[in-house]
Design a protein around this ligand. Structure first.
Ligand code: IPE
Ligand code: IPE
Ligand code: MG
Length: 260
């Protein structure tokens, strides 16, 4: 299994098994979030159009999902399309929509066999009825699976998500179903798209930029951050494991003091 994942397109010679063994299983992140950035720059460096980078990025995603699932990560949330990405040229947006549809069509069965439970977060109502149908079909097909919870953020923006949560809470309050003082952090958390998931433990961003780009702002309140210059299409399972390994050696205080 590991050999299969690591030999498929990876360019490092690191011994995957050794890397796996060095990870402290007692201290795995429950929820890993990824900002998959750098597709366009990766393609440009190869003299290719940006869409070539997005195509390559899909292949990386498949490998990272398999690695995270095999490792026993509970939740993986990936940023596929932001509320701000509509500013890009129509041709690029169309290509990304096409890629989502192809990805679902091609990978749905295998994800299901891998026991993955997919869920789309963000304003999915902005997409074409065909794409929305495919998303719902995939969610329904995998709803009973017990493996990794795979959240795909599409037309997602953290501020938009927070505003939508506030709107639904205000409606409940207006209908007399709750009072303002009933609102707790837990209730607010349960009103977000990631309802039911633990907070993000580890946030990975590829592509070299050191920013959050409107991603999971509430959920990342105490996340450990891990940035790499590697562009997303070149990001390997080995580098993913190195991020997990680094996380497993970190000491989180959550505002408290060290024991000793
Ligand atoms: C990330 O790669 C994918 C999406 C945002 C859809 P980019 O397309 O942002 O690639 P760069 O950052 O321009 O290289
Ligand atoms: C963040 O990448 C969004 C996704 C990865 C989908 P961007 O490329 O859109 O982020 P900025 O514009 O560099 O902040
Ligand atoms: Mg980018």
């Amino acid at each position: 299994m590991w050999k299969k994942i690591f030999r498929s397109g990876s360019d490092t010679k690191e011994d995957a098994a050794a890397l796996m063994n060095s990870i402290n299983r007692e201290n795995l992140p429950r929820h890993v979030a990824i900002i998959m950035d750098g597709n366009g720059r990766w393609a440009k460096r190869r003299g290719m159009p940006r869409t070539y980078g997005h195509n390559a990025g899909v292949k990386t995603l498949k490998k990272i999902l398999k690695t995270a699932n095999s490792l026993g990560i509970e939740v993986l949330t990936v940023y596929a399309f932001s509320t701000e990405n509509w500013k890009r040229p129509h041709t690029e947006v169309d290509c990304l929509m096409q890629l989502f549809a192809e990805y679902l069509d091609r990978e749905m069965q295998e994800m299901n066999e891998d026991n993955v439970r997919i869920h789309f977060i963000g304003r999915t109502d902005a997409f074409s009825p065909l794409l929305r149908d495919m998303m719902t079909k995939a969610e329904t097909m995998m709803a009973g699976n017990s493996g990794i919870h795979f959240n795909v953020a599409v037309n997602y923006g953290a501020r938009d998500e927070i505003v939508r949560a506030v709107q639904s809470l205000m409606s409940m309050s207006k209908a007399g179903e709750m009072q303002p003082e009933d609102l707790t952090e837990e209730l607010f958390d349960a009103s977000l798209d990631t309802s039911g998931d633990p907070p993000v433990d580890l946030l990975i961003r590829t592509g070299g930029d050191l920013r959050l780009s409107n991603y999971l702002l509430w959920q990342c309140a105490y996340a450990e951050l891990w940035f790499t210059d590697t562009n997303w299409p070149a990001f390997s399972p080995e580098e993913f494991l190195r991020a997990i390994q680094d996380f497993s050696g970190r000491h989180r205080r959550f505002g408290g003091l060290d024991d000793e």
